[in-house]
Design a protein around this ligand. Structure first.
Ligand SMILES: [Zn+2]
Length: 261
């Protein structure tokens, strides 16, 4: 049986978030067939929360220069071919396909707004004030604003490896941030505050247990995590162990840069 709008609505209502703003991350494939697909998912979410944002990142604007600052988790001059294919950011540039289909459906919704960061933009509905906080110097400011508004993180069939809010908490916890470069119509812009690698983020899950609400829908697990609590838990872990939540890959440039910082 495919998952229906009312299945989604019933399950989401158990999360008790009708008065809250959320940042959502989703893999629709995890749910199995959904009647009406991504549009149904988005409409059910809009029915169940006060407002929503999703990362609408655009990695194809990125350029890798020949030289740059050290300890930046990058091998300079290594992506000459990708540089040739880089596209200048524009406000209706599609969301990177690696983010899944839901953020692109959200971005194209008639009521959606999108922030203008050339790599790390967010799309949202009924969350304009949150989106407006983003700057080129503070790309994850919307996460901070969301936490101030008692927001929640919604993980829809995905785990903490896509949980962008953990990156914001890492920054607060003093973790090394990176610089990247993006192509605009008329110039290249330096983008500070680019986060580290997220492959090791699932290690945070046990510590978030008491701040997490769960429902199952179809084949998928949906988790809602209280954002302010998540940020505190991550900052506390980094205080205790500056290498917490790094991945185990020897060749991971960003985790290696953090270990040497
Ligand atoms: Zn790593």
């Amino acid at each position: 049986m495919p998952v229906s709008f009312s299945d989604l609505q019933t399950a989401f209502s158990k999360l008790g978030l009708t008065k809250n703003l959320v940042i959502a991350h989703a893999s629709l494939r995890a749910f199995g067939p959904i009647e009406g697909g991504a549009e149904t998912m988005l409409n059910a979410l809009l029915d169940s929360v006060r407002g929503i944002i999703m990362p609408a990142f655009t990695y194809k604007t990125m350029l890798n220069p020949e030289i740059g600052p050290p300890k930046n988790g990058i091998t300079y001059g290594s992506e000459t071919d990708l540089n040739k294919m880089a596209e200048a950011f524009h406000s209706d540039m599609p969301v990177d396909p690696t983010m899944g289909v839901l953020p692109e459906v959200l971005r194209k919704h008639p009521k959606a707004k999108r922030s203008s960061h050339p790599i790390q933009s967010f799309a949202g509905i009924r969350a304009d004030a949150i989106l407006n906080t983003q700057t080129i110097y503070n790309p994850l400011a919307p996460i901070s604003a969301l936490a101030d508004q008692d927001g929640w993180v919604l993980l829809l069939g995905v785990d903490h490896r896509v949980n962008t809010s953990i990156h914001y908490a890492e920054k607060l916890g003093g973790r090394l941030q990176f610089i990247r470069w993006a192509l605009l119509q008329d110039r290249v812009v330096e983008c500070p505050g680019f986060p580290g690698d997220s492959e090791g983020f699932n290690a945070i899950a046990p510590a978030l247990e008491k701040y997490t609400r769960r429902v199952e829908i179809g084949n998928a697990l949906v988790q809602a995590v209280h954002l302010k609590s998540l940020i505190k838990v991550v900052v506390d872990q980094l205080k205790e162990n500056p290498f917490a939540l790094l991945c185990g890959r020897q060749d991971c440039e960003r985790c290696t840069a953090v270990r040497w910082s």
